[in-house]
Design a protein around this ligand. Structure first.
Ligand SMILES: C[S@@+](CC[C@H](N)C(=O)[O-])C[C@H]1O[C@@H](n2cnc3c(N)ncnc32)[C@H](O)[C@@H]1O
Length: 290
């Protein structure tokens, strides 16, 4: 009986996972400008119809399409990694370039959300903590046209791709990549804006990182902390979100935790930005006045 029930559950959940894969495959065909194999394409279209999202997919702008596809691709790859290595401790230890690039493309959306929240300025000096493959650092440069970005990250497999990406974007004079952990990083010139994605930064490090970043901010500079989006009252969604955060080596930091942490670290004007987006994250701000 247990076997039958488990197979039934596996089937139901697999349908969702496979449908999600179909949506992303369809988005990627659009991205590549290809129809794909006619027989497979017909079935992809059928799944998309059954989900009722065909019009949404067809109406997506190119940039948004890339973000959705990359976001799902990265998390599907992380899910497979979890299956392959269930005993591995939580850490951002991915070497798969497809996963790393996908995560970078997905995180580019943060630059837009920061600008839409009225933060940042055209010529800001920006600190990008956990810069990975540089997807967000490049997006910051495009969003704030005279800005410069320092990207800090200790993970060499990602930094190697970041160097390629920055060069391909022609941004070598505006993006500096530093192989370091944020808690050990120093920079005498200071920053107007800093980004800390707490869901990728280990919990024992967060308080030290908040203090370190405060000391790196220029007067009037602002830190934006990316905090976990509590998945409402759905316990399964919340458990799954937290599982992948912990396995990526990050902290499950709620907006309330972030507000408290910023207060402890001596930030001023500590507040949460009202969430006006679908992306599963929240922004909490702290500034340095003098
Ligand atoms: C998901 S990636 C960020 C993706 C990135 N925004 C991009 O555009 O590719 C998270 C990164 O945080 C980095 N990280 C983890 N702990 C860190 C720390 N203590 N200091 C700086 N970076 C850290 C990881 O190595 C990883 O590359």
């Amino acid at each position: 009986m247990a076997f039958e029930e488990l197979m039934g559950l596996a089937n139901r959940l697999l349908t969702n996972a496979q449908a999600l894969a179909a949506v992303v495959a369809r988005l990627r065909l659009d991205e590549l400008g290809e129809d794909g194999d006619p027989a497979v394409r017909a079935q992809l279209d059928r799944v998309v119809e059954a989900l009722g999202v065909r019009e949404h997919l067809d109406g997506l702008e190119e940039g948004d399409r890339a973000v959705v596809a990359a976001f799902v691709r990265s998390y599907l790859a992380q899910a497979l990694d979890l299956v392959e290595e269930p005993a591995r401790a939580g850490a951002w230890a991915y070497a798969d370039p497809v996963l790393l690039r996908a995560q970078g493309s997905a995180s580019a959306v943060v630059a837009r959300l920061v600008a839409e929240a009225g933060l940042g300025s055209p010529a800001a000096r920006i600190l990008d903590v956990g810069t990975g493959v540089g997807g967000l650092a490049i997006a910051f440069c495009r969003t704030f046209p005279d800005s410069t970005v320092v990207g800090v990250d200790p993970w060499e497999p990602a930094l190697a791709i970041a160097r390629e990406n920055v060069a391909a974007a022609g941004l070598e004079d505006r993006v500096t990549l530093v192989a370091a952990r944020i808690e050990e990083f120093d920079d005498p010139a200071g920053f107007d804006l800093a980004w800390l994605p707490s869901f990728f930064i280990p919990e024992p490090v967060v308080d030290g990182a908040l203090e370190r970043i405060r000391s790196l901010l220029r007067p009037g500079g602002t830190l934006v902390v990316g905090a976990t989006y509590a998945a409402g009252d759905d316990p399964l969604a919340a458990a799954v979100d937290d599982l992948f955060t912990v396995r990526s080596g990050g902290s499950v930091l709620t907006a309330e935790d972030a507000l408290e942490g910023l207060g402890r670290a001596g930030y001023e004007q500590v507040e949460e930005v009202e969430r006006a987006w679908q992306a599963p994250l929240r922004f909490v701000l702290g500034s340095r006045r003098g």
